[in-house]
Design a protein around this ligand. Sequence first.
Ligand code: GUN
Ligand code: FE
Length: 464
Amino acid sequence: MDDAPNSGRTIYYGAFVHCKSLQELDICESGAIGVGEDGKIAFIERGVSDIGLDGVKQTYDWGNAEEVRVNDEGFFFPGFIDTHIHASQYPNAGIFGKSTLLDWLNTYTFPLEGSLGDLERARLVYDRVVSRTLSNGTTAAAYYATIHVPATNLLADICLSKGQRGFIGRVCMNSLAPDYYRDASVDSVIADTRATMSHIADIDPKHDLVAPIITPRFAPSCTEDCLHALGALHKESGARCQTHISENKPEVALVCELFPKSASYADVYDSAGLLTAKTILAHAVHLSDEEKSLIKYRESKISHCPASNTALTSGCARVRDMLDRGITVGLGTDVSGGFSPSILEMARQAIWVSRHVAMTEGDQAKLSVEEVLYLATRGGAKVVGLEDRIGGFEVGMDWDAQMISLGKVSSDDMNLDTEGPVDVFGWESWDDKVAKWMFNGNDRNVSAVWVKGRLVHRRKSYKG
Ligand code: GUN
Ligand code: FE
């Protein structure tokens, strides 16, 4: 026991909700989660209303811990994991007209990304996107930056200083790109990728918060020798890898044309050594059965990007089928193919897409509230390889969490500006409250966000 006013230990008190399995939520109406100064969960107590917070403090000899209480209708929930987001494209969120992937890249995306060589512009964009995703409860994100090393390094600096977990990808593209925005050679691709790796090793040597991720944009943007060189670097460094796969049909046709020796799109990556258990593949809309088997065999992970796939009319990813095959799936906003930086929004978009699939292929395709919340948290944690540390509330895991506040409707207070758009009447079951949050909630319901126990975002109304 020490008698310091507080020991850097905090007890989070009230309801908490997290995913027990793909199908099942664990809802604890009255809990206490103790988080140590190392940011890890030290204990979890349930049924706390019986012994009260003082009882918990006594049990653990945590008398001088700080307390954080969630309001009566709200709950603590694990931080969301965005498994695919282009930080550099954030200014274009919502701007895509009627384009589809290949013309969208040339019309909207390359000009914006190309402009982020200007460090001041990059700072404005990256500051904002990291703050905005944090305010939406995203505690970890797999980011694509641009080809520019200083700006990519800046994104790593910003994640680290704001306290978000970030996998930071310097985008590699030495082919089929405009002259103003293209890598000069395979050697420069590797040298620039290494430069960002080395910067990140300097600022966060243990990769506690930020880590590099090898990022060939997608097969059409890279020559075969470039993909092979990146595959060799993936093997040598052990860094994760991220890319796009089978997003729309003209893209798949282009890959067949560009890589005639390969059996499939997935095989292009596999033959380059880029299809591994540490690879995140975004979209996966038009994969063949053989490709899905190969991805499962290699244990590569899928980022499902429902908003983007609808916006760019790329298609409907068959998430149920991938889950049934045992493929690991998480959610990605894919800003700015996707219009929203919110993973909660992606959870509902994933539900809608699954219902559109169900309308032609049968009810088994439908994803439930529990399932999409699993993809948003535990699934995402598996996709980024951190399932032992984040995605749920277990003793020994990091406190990466969001405080969800919900307002109760009351006849004496008709102020609509308080706790966000979810109206709780008080007679709902807990399952119903969670469903109402999932379908109607937004960043106004996110009162506070922690990563590894550090408070990284709070709304004005938060009294911690
Ligand atoms: N394929 C190659 N580049 C991109 C990109 O920036 N966004 C999406 N959605 N698909 C891509
Ligand atoms: Fe993308």
